[in-house]
Structure formats: C-alpha cells, structure tokens
Design a protein around this ligand. Structure first.
Ligand SMILES: Cc1cc2nc3c(=O)[nH]c(=O)nc-3n(C[C@H](O)[C@H](O)[C@H](O)COP(=O)(O)OP(=O)(O)OC[C@H]3O[C@@H](n4cnc5c(N)ncnc54)[C@H](O)[C@@H]3O)c2cc1C
Length: 469
C-alpha cells in the first residue's frame, strides 16, 4: 500500500508495480501530483499549482517521466535569459568548449555583471571545481550557510544579488543565509560545472496533471488501484509492526508493506508519541521547517512577451513563464492574437505571505510593466495569486540530520517524500528519488532486491579531471 499520490508516492507505486506488486495507492485529494499538480479554478480555468521546472541533472525525474510515458511532454531549453532592472539582458548557454568551461563565453559577455564580480565568481567556481563539488570548508559541525561561504570567498555584493541569489533562491526556494552551503554548492557542481547538459531547463508543455496519466495505467496493469478522497487517519501498530492503515468510517486496510509518502508534518501528526519515542528517526520530523513559494497568474488581452521564460534580477518577481508559448504545441490556449497567460514565480516569498492578494498583484504588475514595456498597453483580464506557505522544506544548515531514511525500525513501514534522506533538496527529483529508494527498501526486505535509483549525470569533458569517484 502506498499512501500519498505526490511524486514520491507515484514513483514508489510505479516502481513496485513494475516489480510485479499489486499496489493500492490512497490519496486524500481527487487528483494525483501533490504539490506538483494542476487543477480547475471555480471559473473553469485549468492551472498548475505553480510552474514547475526540471533540469538536465535531474536523472531520476527524467527516468520516471519516461516510465509513465510523459518524457515527450517536457521541453528542454538550452538558453536561460535574464533581465536586470536597467533592461540589460544576459544569456546563459553552453558554447563549444567542454565542461567545465562550456559556459565561459556567455559568462564573459553577461552584461548584468561587471568584470570584478565575474572574477570573484570564477574564483569561487574554481574552489568548487578543484574539490570535485565538495569544498572542505563546508564541513563544519552543523554546516555553514551559503551566504557565509560566499563571504569567505570574497564575493561582491553584485555577484551575490545578481548571480548566486538568482540561481539559488529559485533552485532551493530559500534565502542564502538559510541555505546549507553543501546544497548551494551541489547545485553549481551538478547543474553547471560537472557536465555540459545539467543546466538545461525542462518545462512541461502540458498542465502538470497531464504528466501523470500513465501512472494510473501502470498501477492498474498489475492489478493495483488508485483510490482518491481517502485521507489516512491513523496507523495500527502491534508488537513493533504496522498491521493496518485507518481511514474514515473506521475502515481498516491491511497490506504486506506500507509506504507513507505524506508531507513530513502530516506524517508527524499521525504518529503516536510512543512510536516517535521508539524510533529516533521519527522523533524529529517537526524540526524540518517549511519555506514558502508564491505563484502569480496573469491573463492579458494580447501578447506581451515572446520568450518562453525570463528570470528577473533584483525584483520581487523572480521568473516569468509564458504559459501560452509553452503550451503552444499542445492546445488551443496558445492561438496567437488571443491574449496571453503568464505565470510568475517568487520563491522564499516570506514577505508576501501576510500581504493581501491585490497588493501582490499590483506589485508584480508594476514589475511586469517595467520588464515588458509592451504590457503597459495591454489589459489585465484576470489575475490569481497562489501562496504555498509549506512549498518546500527549508535546506537550512544541518537539516540533513533530521531527514530519515526510507526504511524505518517499525516492521512494514517505509517512508517516501522529498523531505526524506536523498541528499537532494525539496524538488521533484528528490521526491522521485525517495520513492525509488522506498520501493528498493520494500523489495530488499521482501528478499527480491531490485535497483531503480539512477546515479547523477557523469562528469564530462574536462570536468572528470577534478571529479572525485
Ligand atoms: C509552489 C511550488 C513550486 C515548486 N516548484 C518546483 C520546481 O520548479 N521544481 C521542482 O523540482 N520542485 C518544485 N517544487 C517542489 C516539488 O513540488 C516537491 O518537492 C514535490 O512535488 C514533493 O513531492 P512529494 O510526493 O514528496 O510530496 P507531495 O507532493 O506533498 O505529496 C504528498 C501527497 O500526500 C497527500 N496526503 C497528505 N496527507 C494525506 C493523508 N492523510 N492521506 C492521504 N494522502 C495524504 C497529499 O494530498 C499529496 O498528494 C515546488 C513546490 C511548490 C509548492
């Protein structure tokens, strides 16, 4: 039995079904995808909970999409466009040089940064490179923050605000002073330095919910089922073994193994104090803190942007996604001349949480007018704000000590979720990894071991000279 139909639960279900198990997946909502889902607004509009992107270095998410027949629905982009408040554009893309030098050309011509900023960034990059992605100065007890690491490596204020912050707040959904330097550095090693394709950004060309159509089929093919609107209410544990999951109306369901793929705080509420005391790994789930992301959806009466997406520097709005263009290949929503749908993303949006929605709309619209001057003539026909207070777990220094592995000391109980120990931050890749690891643990204990987890992308070009095995 798998409980929780987010990416972690889906990955565990699909892996176990492929291993021949009859999986029953219970989800409290009427749709799959968890935080990476899409749904219908009261006015009939289909929207994603928030824009979700992947990167070339997310090997397991790519594998999962392929297994469920959704691989072709992700479009990968080689060019990342950035715009500063002065209207200067910078572009990051790979040139002809091998990794780790493939970005050198676009980095040197990146106009939002001055030469001095670039020089210090290059030096910090070298520290990451020469240590194979793991500089020894991040290994202090309790960890150090990314901001502290950047200060130690003498990064200029502009390098921090126009480069490091732009990449890391988006990638890790947290501010630099609250990011464990190990996570921040891993982003640059895995996505930028160690290979030529890890930085490529993958954006769904369909609504998020359309990516999971194949999941249900793969579970049902093996005799399993997906049961919606079934919130887990409790667990029956006897003699150190989980024997039943409890649902509404006193319904009890038994299984050979239970994978709980719930958010960590939802799980913590379901566990009794005695269970938490018995297993130290389950005792500290409340110590994993959540970080917010806000999505702002704008519908204009005309085209205001031609690029598929742009990152904005030093504004509240961090990314603008041109949903009309991104959906162009797959639906009538994209017909040119019929208006345009943009989705804005603001990660680590602590300041926006207490603000009224109209204030957020006004603030972001002002920034859109500045960044996309043609939008000043357009009419905003509709706007929606979705605040996710618990979007991702905060990758704070030392957070790894609170993240439990997928196998627990309670017989039959396995965990999955982006917050479990995967080495990855709270991402779709982390969630899929956790699901694969949970499925591997179930199969190992059943005496039929099988491997699903794929390794990171191999260092390529000259990066292999520095990579540690
Ligand atoms: C706004 C936002 C933007 C994001 N952007 C990105 C991005 O661009 N790229 C990226 O990689 N990641 C992004 N993420 C993170 C990504 O969505 C998550 O890391 C990932 O989806 C987590 O999957 P999960 O399965 O671990 O958890 P969840 O998706 O939270 O799944 C848990 C599931 O359990 C269900 N559930 C909860 N309680 C119960 C219960 N009692 N009984 C039954 N079911 C229950 C929930 O309904 C849910 O379906 C973003 C997240 C948010 C919120």
């Amino acid at each position: 039995m798998v409980i929780g139909g987010g990416l972690a639960g889906l990955a565990a279900s699909v892996a176990l079904a492929e291993a021949g198990w009859r999986v029953r997946l219970f989800e409290q909502r009427p749709f799959l995808g968890g935080r990476a889902a899409s749904y219908v607004l009261p006015d009939g509009e289909h929207i994603d909970n928030c824009q979700h992107v992947t990167f070339g270095c997310c090997t397991n998410l790519e594998d999962f999409y392929r297994r469920v027949g959704a691989g072709e629905k992700i479009k990968f982009f080689d060019r990342l466009l950035l715009l500063d408040p002065e209207g200067r554009r910078g572009e990051m893309h790979a040139g002809i040089l091998p990794a780790p030098f493939h970005m050198t050309g676009s980095f040197l011509t990146f106009s939002p940064l001055a030469w001095k900023d670039k020089l210090w960034i290059a030096r910090a990059f070298y520290s990451i490179l020469e240590s194979g992605g793991h500089p020894p100065d991040v290994d202090e007890p309790g960890g150090i923050s990314m901001l502290e690491w950047l200060r130690r490596h003498k990064q200029t204020a502009a390098a921090i605000s126009r480069f490091w912050r732009v990449v890391l707040v988006s990638a890790l959904s947290e501010e630099l002073d609250r990011i464990d330097a190990r996570y921040g550095i891993a982003v640059f090693w895995k996505a930028v330095l160690s290979n030529k394709t890890g930085y490529r950004m993958g954006v769904p060309g369909v609504a998020l919910g359309d990516l999971y159509e194949g999941c249900r089929a793969s579970i049902e093919q093996k005799g399993g089922e997906v049961i919606f609107r079934s919130p887990l209410r409790g667990l029956r544990i006897k003699n150190g073994k989980l024997i039943a999951a409890l649902f509404d109306d006193g319904r009890e369901e038994t299984a050979d193994a239970f994978v709980l793929a719930l958010p960590h705080l939802a799980l913590s509420e379901l566990l009794s104090d005695s269970v938490k005391q018995a297993d130290p790994a389950l005792r500290n789930l409340d110590k994993i803190i959540d970080a917010p992301i806000t999505g702002v959806h704008f519908w204009f009466d005309r085209q205001v942007m031609s690029e598929p997406f742009i990152a904005l520097l030093e504004t509240t709005t961090q990314w603008i996604f041109n949903k009309t263009a991104l959906y162009a290949a797959s639906g009538p929503a994209a017909t040119p001349g019929k208006g345009q749908y943009l989705q804005l993303v603001i990660s680590a949006s602590y300041d926006l949480l207490p603000k009224p929605r109209q204030e957020i709309i006004d603030l972001c619209l002002k920034e859109i007018h500045h960044a996309l001057p043609v939008s000043r003539e357009a009419v905003l026909t509709k706007a929606t704000v979705i605040k996710e207070a618990a979007a991702t777990f905060s990758p704070q220094p030392g957070v790894d000590r609170w993240r439990p592995i997928q196998e627990t000391s309670i017989g039959g109980l396995f965990l999955a979720g982006d917050w479990t120990a995967t080495g990855w931050p709270a991402t779709m890749e982390g969630a899929v990894r956790s699901g694969y690891l949970a499925a591997e643990a179930v199969l190992r204990l059943a005496g039929t071991p099988q491997q699903f987890l794929l390794p990171d992308l191999k260092p390529d070009g000259l990066a292999g000279l520095w990579a540690k095995s």
